[in-house]
Design a protein around this ligand. Structure first.
Ligand code: ADP
Ligand code: MG
Length: 387
């Protein structure tokens, strides 16, 4: 995406003047799945795909004139009218204006045009990229950049909750705001502490393969699994009244074994995945510090196995893509995201890249009569002002 493209549209659709340009990325998560609500770790990084917006105060008290370049859609609204715009893309702008105002930024009316290259629904969080981009812009235009990065993260999350009906965690917004080129971030979902780890896989590429399926399952598989985890914690807590057990993060392998018979195999196996995933994230951190990408890859395969066989959130398509990766000698491969569809994330040696991508796409199409999509990603910088 380039500035000149966004700028030309901003000039064309408004009054010919230029403003300032901001950019924010989407994200991947290398490892650490279904750990957030269990008080564990996630391990995201920002990618080289994102949202770019040009913004300029327009002299009004509270009129926002917004243009979506990709959708060729223009919406003007008053962000103080208590209702906001109907268009779903414009609600992210509406939400961020109100949430930044709550943080003390004297937001006034502005013009905005924006575009993006985060594929929608691929699990790279285009919505968080929008929120952090607009937050970065509003902080700069109206707030003298006084709002902290963490508050922008929380404003993005609040926007999803309050104006878009999505009850998300904080990983996506966190990764978009705090991302750095060549660094992944281990975020402790319980304490919100985080640490950067080097990710410079020389001789390897990171590539996502989108299965382009999203299975809607009967019932609520997500809540079922949450309930299983909470049930195991309750049983462990009952056995250990001396301790403090809030999530599986507080539980040990031994304690899990103690309650195995009472909680039943299904809950036990699900909790087993969560404990394993916590250990795998920590093992990946050590491996990255040592520059040992073979171990990183091995842990990714282990996570896939756990998501598929223990947590039971895979599907035929994702298991198929994982098997092909194995057959092609790919270093690491796993489901990225909550499961039941979406992408696999793959760590591939440069020399295997072409043949893997070609084989995966070909075989996937033969088997499912559906085209997979391929996205190369490079770990890149978070939200920033471009000019
Ligand atoms: P994701 O997993 O990519 O975050 P979401 O459903 O949370 O998926 O957010 C996608 C929504 O964000 C779209 O429906 C649209 O409203 C908005 N969006 C994302 N990218 C763009 C874009 N480039 N232009 C306009 N709207 C966008
Ligand atoms: Mg989203």
């Amino acid at each position: 995406m380039d500035i000149e493209f966004v700028r030309s549209r901003f000039i064309k659709h408004f009054d010919g003047q230029t403003g300032h340009v901001y950019a924010s990325p989407g994200r991947i998560n290398l490892i650490g799945e279904h750990t957030d609500y269990n008080g564990g770790f996630v391990f995201p990084g920002a990618v080289d795909k994102g949202i770019m917006a040009e913004m300029r105060p327009n002299g009004t008290e509270s009129t926002i004139r917004a243009y979506s370049i990709d959708l060729k859609d223009r919406v003007d609204f008053d962000f103080h009218d208590g209702v906001g715009p109907r268009a779903s893309w414009a609600r992210y702008i509406y939400g961020m204006a109100l949430e930044m105002e709550k943080l003390g930024v004297p937001v006034k009316g502005f013009n905005i045009a924006f575009a993006g290259d985060v594929p929608l629904g691929a699990g790279m969080s285009s919505s968080a990229a929008m929120e952090s981009c607009f937050g970065c812009g509003l902080n700069d235009l109206f707030g003298e950049n006084k709002v902290s990065k963490w508050d922008i993260v929380l404003a993005g999350q609040a926007t999803e909750h309050n104006y878009c009906g999505v009850n998300c965690g904080i990983m996506d917004q966190f990764a978009s705001v705090f991302g750095k080129a060549g660094k992944l971030m281990r975020l402790d979902c319980r304490s919100r502490e985080f640490e950067y780890f080097p990710f410079n896989p020389e001789g390897y590429k990171l590539v996502l393969i989108n299965s382009c399926v999203k299975h809607e399952l009967a019932g609520s598989p997500y809540n079922d699994r949450r309930n299983s985890c909470e049930n195991v914690v309750r049983h462990i807590a009952a056995k250990h009244p001396e301790g403090k057990f809030e999530t599986l993060r507080d539980c040990t392998w031994e304690q899990l074994e103690e309650v195995r018979a009472e909680v039943g195999e299904e809950d036990y196996t699900r909790a087993h995945f969560v404990l394993g995933e916590k250990d795998r994230v920590l093992a990946v951190c050590d491996a990255l510090v040592a520059g040992d990408y073979e171990t990183v890859g091995k842990k990714m395969y282990e996570t896939h196995y756990g998501l598929s066989k223990e947590y039971d959130v895979s599907c035929e398509e994702l298991d198929f893509l994982n098997d092909i990766a194995k057959e092609c000698g790919v270093t690491g491969s796993r489901i990225m995201g909550g499961g039941f569809g979406g992408c696999t994330i793959n760590l591939v040696k440069d020399e295997l890249y072409e043949s893997f991508v070609k084989t995966a796409c070909q075989k996937y199409f033969e088997k499912f009569n559906r085209a997979a999509k391929v996205y190369d990603v490079v770990i890149s910088d978070g939200s920033r002002k471009l000019c």
